[in-house]
Design a protein around this ligand. Structure first.
Ligand SMILES: Cc1cc2nc3c(=O)[nH]c(=O)nc-3n(C[C@H](O)[C@H](O)[C@H](O)COP(=O)(O)OP(=O)(O)OC[C@H]3O[C@@H](n4cnc5c(N)ncnc54)[C@H](O)[C@@H]3O)c2cc1C
Length: 432
């Protein structure tokens, strides 16, 4: 058996790791020059930093174990989260911070606390997926809490989709990404420059005889005599696994998808990112993570590495925004985007001057966040497609958790184990 994988992000590399450990030949095709996908880094002035902010949680078991295996150090730090609402900054995220949070009245604080506890005690998330977030708060007669806390955040992150997001998504955010919570701060992990881990994994895979073809975009796949040929080359593969978006996979697999598979792929919408990464002389606030609960602000979060302990790239700030291609912001040049964003940075911190920005770059990518709507589990595609030998393992199949490197690794391992099992069963059958 010979396996081809489309994409050398963590999903593709995790699949290749497990499959190669079982002595099955694997080739990964990666269109960019480096492995790592969304975990790649960029250069801002003289600083090399992750292209997207990147932290991990104590519950990220697969990622923590992989880092251990590859001898990569994870550093842990106490993170402070803030909430910018009604033109003011508040501490956020821990029980004690709620007490000082003025946008909620005393009674609303109690109702908010109870609603979080209620969500945390719900074990069966499936019972929630029929409701949008708004509907769940209405059903529980606490729509005022939805309006103050969640509505501005959801509008800012999901735009026109904000009213369609399933309560199961929020349940996942509150329940699954656990970190060590203190009364005021929580513990998050980070790896100084993720690319070191990407390269360590690449080296491990190559030692296991995985062929990694970087700078090689897959443009077409053809089936001949029950085997697949890629980009019209002679090599034949029994299995092809896509780890790229539904939209891109549809193009490559189009003649092999059945109506049901196409329908499920068509149903899922994505939003993209358009972020600024800034090298700055000073922090914008003293929060590592600042939520922007105001839909008129042209970004939804500020992730400020000045407030991380001991990170080598401590002068970096990420101005994060999720948007669709149809949004006018998506088409701005980096200078224009900075012009739009800067007045709000100044509003948050009166002492933040334009001269504090030493260098900056813009990062954009289309298919970074699938939209999780109600009853989403009915629409999830099986990894194994109906056409023999074709598989898909990608972001929208991660549910009810939100996407993350840990889940990319976990879903990659799960699919690889399934393929190995099927292959062993086939071998046993053919030997009978
Ligand atoms: C702004 C942002 C912040 C994030 N922060 C965090 C965080 O703090 N912690 C965390 O755990 N997760 C975070 N994530 C999520 C995490 O980065 C992703 O879930 C994970 O990296 C996805 O891995 P993947 O392999 O599934 O996809 P990708 O990393 O997208 O890999 C797919 C690969 O396929 C390649 N490819 C595409 N088309 C082709 C083709 N035709 N032929 C060959 N190759 C192709 C691409 O170049 C890419 O390398 C963040 C994501 C974003 C967008």
């Amino acid at each position: 058996m010979k396996v081809a994988i489309i994409g050398a992000g963590y999903t593709g590399m995790a699949i290749a790791k497990k499959i190669s450990e079982n002595n099955i030949p694997v080739t990964i095709f990666e269109k960019s020059l480096k492995v790592g996908g969304m975990t790649n880094n960029i250069q801002i002035g003289n600083i090399i930093t992750d292209k997207y902010y990147r932290h991990l949680f104590k519950s990220d078991k697969e990622l923590i174990n992989l880092a251990k295996e590859l001898n990569i150090e994870i550093k842990w730090f106490k993170s402070k989260m803030g909430y910018y609402i009604q033109d003011k900054l508040y501490n956020w995220g821990q029980p004690l911070t709620l007490l000082k949070f003025k946008p909620l009245s005393f009674m609303q604080k109690i109702k908010f606390g109870i609603s979080v506890l209620k969500i945390k005690t719900i074990k069966n998330w499936k019972s929630l997926e029929q409701y949008t977030i708004k509907e769940w708060y209405q059903k529980n007669k606490i729509e005022d809490i939805y309006k103050i806390i969640w509505e501005p955040l959801l509008k800012n992150k999901f735009g026109k989709y904000s009213l369609t997001i399933s309560m199961a998504w929020l349940w996942g955010k509150i329940n699954l990404r656990q970190s060590e919570k203190g009364l005021i701060k929580e513990t998050l992990g980070y790896i100084d420059n993720f690319e070191i881990m990407n390269n360590a994994l690449k080296k491990y895979l190559e030692k296991n005889k995985v062929e990694i073809k970087t700078n090689t975009e897959i443009k077409n796949i053809k089936k001949e005599n029950n085997k697949y040929k890629i980009n019209n080359e002679d090599t034949q593969y029994d299995i092809v696994i896509s780890t790229i978006s539904y939209n891109e996979t549809k193009q490559l697999f189009k003649q092999y998808l059945n109506t049901e598979e196409k329908k499920k792929m068509d149903k899922v919408k994505y939003i993209g990112v358009k972020n600024l990464v800034i090298e700055s002389k000073k922090a914008i606030s003293d929060y590592y993570w600042l939520n922007m609960a105001d839909e008129t602000i042209p970004f939804c979060g500020i992730i400020d590495y000045h407030n991380m302990e001991n990170i080598k790239t401590k002068d970096i700030i990420y101005i994060s925004n999720y948007i669709e291609e149809t949004n006018e912001l998506y088409h701005l040049k980096k200078e224009e985007l900075l012009e739009k964003i800067y007045p709000y940075l100044k509003k948050i911190n009166l002492n933040f001057e334009k001269e504090d920005i030493i260098n900056y770059e813009m990062i954009e990518e289309k298919y970074t966040q699938p939209i999780i709507e109600t009853n989403y589990s009915n629409d999830i595609l099986d990894n194994k497609l109906q056409e023999k030998g074709l598989y898909i393992c990608t972001l929208p199949q991660i549910y009810p958790e939100d996407r993350g490197v840990n889940y990319a690794i976990r879903s990659g391992y799960n699919l690889a184990n399934k393929i190995i099992e099927d292959n062993n069963a086939e071998l046993r059958f053919s030997m009978k």
